[in-house]
Design a protein around this ligand. Structure first.
Ligand SMILES: [Zn+2]
Length: 301
């Protein structure tokens, strides 16, 4: 089911009233690129700029977006279940969680992560004296809370706006030049506040590049959605580190060489660490990007 965006209807009504009254066309104070919404399935809605006659977005784009959205919803829910099993039901840590924590939180059993942890024992028996301590369970609990938060939001309803970079002339109310845009930019959230709460700015919606990601596997598409959801709902960051290779600042994405060096405390608020953890726990196998290879559909590479 497709329909005009409410903001488009309001704008058209405003223009129509001025026209009927013989007034000049009102200034569009918040111009928007997309004008149409489509419900792809229960809990998954997209917005895009309708174009005729090319029937945009294509069936392939919609199918990939829906599959990615469904996978993102399922992945955070399953990841939350695995984490809650360990924390709340005190089940033994499953091997996939141990492996994922080693890969994406760099905390192999026994490693105190540069002093960030006081203890890193797998399946440590419960002790009141451990409460409040920065141990392995403390990390798992932090990740669990974030996963539950993501699962609540994504499973309540997921709304994705098409980036459409080669046609977009406006973003966040400002003018952008589509000839200067990166046609492969996967996704973004406008104005996420980078851990600075209380500034009053509501984080923007999840923007996804329908065209660039139309061939992605469900896991890869979902990983992108969850990464952006971390910015939107958790105010997670893309922490930066100076690369030993080129001396420049790099964002700690899993596909970047600096990912391995990010300290544990920053991993807990790093979007890629959380997103890849969700996909790995869902898949039952550690998923990891290949450093130096920027735009692949990782899962199929
Ligand atoms: Zn990011």
């Amino acid at each position: 089911m497709s329909f005009k965006k409410p903001t488009t209807l309001l704008r058209e009504a405003h223009v129509g009233i001025n026209k009927a009254l013989g007034l000049a066309e009102p200034v569009d104070t918040r111009p928007r690129h997309t004008n149409t919404m489509s419900i792809l399935g229960p809990g998954v809605t997209i917005a895009y700029k309708k174009r005729t006659p090319d029937n945009y977005p294509s069936a392939q784009m919609k199918t990939a977006a829906l599959a990615g959205a469904r996978r993102a919803q399922a992945a955070v829910a399953k990841a939350n279940n695995i984490l809650a099993g360990v924390i709340m039901l005190r089940q033994k840590e499953p091997a996939i969680l141990t492996q994922t924590l080693a890969a994406h939180f760099r905390m192999p059993a026994g490693d105190l992560c540069g002093g960030a942890l006081t203890d890193n024992t797998v399946d440590k028996p419960f002790s009141f004296s451990d409460m409040g301590k920065h141990d392995r369970r403390w990390v798992i609990e932090k990740i669990r809370k974030q996963m539950l938060h993501l699962s609540f939001h994504l499973n309540t309803g997921l709304y994705m706006i098409d980036i459409d970079p080669t046609n977009r002339t406006t973003a966040a109310g400002g003018v952008v030049d589509p000839t200067q845009a990166d046609p492969d930019e996967e996704a973004y959230v406008i104005g996420y506040t980078s851990l600075k709460r209380g500034c009053g700015y509501r984080n923007g919606e999840i923007h996804v590049n329908f065209d660039a990601m139309k061939g992605y596997s469900a896991n890869s598409y979902a990983r992108v959605i969850i990464h952006e959801a971390c910015h939107k709902y958790l105010e997670a960051d893309d922490h930066e580190l100076v690369s030993a290779t080129d001396g420049k600042n790099h964002s700690a994405y899993a596909h970047d060489g600096v990912y391995a060096s990010l300290p544990l405390t920053e991993r807990l608020t790093n979007a890629d660490c959380i997103a890849w953890t969700a996909i790995s726990l869902y898949a039952g196998a550690v998923k990891m990007a290949t450093p130096g290879n920027y735009h692949p559909d990782w899962e199929q590479s």
